[in-house]
Design a protein around this ligand. Sequence first.
Ligand SMILES: *Cc1c(COP(=O)(O)O)cnc(C)c1O
Length: 223
Amino acid sequence: MRNIDVEIAENLRRVRDRIANAAIVAGRAPDSVTLVAVSKTKPVEAVLAAMRAGQTVFGENRVQEAESKFPPLRAVRQFDLHLIGGLQTNKARDAVRLADVIETLDRPRLADALAAAMEKEARRPKLLIEVNTGAEPQKSGIARNDADAFIADCMGRFGAQLVGLMCVPPHGEDPRPHFDWLANCAAKHGLATLSMGMSADFEIAIAAGATWVRVGSAIFGSR
Ligand SMILES: *Cc1c(COP(=O)(O)O)cnc(C)c1O
């Protein structure tokens, strides 16, 4: 095995163990949490190493980077690609063509653009609504106060294609109240998927009910 294979396989094993343990501690099934391996800024060799270690779900922030790495792998591997970065309206069609899941639906204009793109591409990725739980101006995500109406609107419009909610709590803050808020909001709307938790806090997120955790550096090394 190559070095990169060994290192990434070991990291993945450790992360998967920690996920299973956190789920058990929370009284949940060890397989109730899906690991999204975030490969942004990492070369396709790293993605392939993770795939060889059995990883099948990946996350990328940027449409262009995802486009350069993942489509060639479709012919040889089965995987789900999640887009987890703020999405510009003019990238909606590329996103729909590329992604199996778009986690960052966060405004009516993007909902319009995605709906139009899905019509044109005849492809329907799953959708999550991102909430800017920390009200950070530089971050994507719908405001807490606008979330209920936007979620209801998107549920009407996209139906079962809309599967859940996602958030990225403010850096350096206790993420717990953000995770709890998101879990509450999802429960209120009957949405089953909660994408929350990264390398630094995925165990806390699992305790709060995360069903997907997005982990980059703990698998692929620091960026
Ligand atoms: C980069 C990124 C992650 C992964 O972050 P790590 O700290 O490397 O685990 C998760 N979610 C989003 C939205 C990201 O941009």
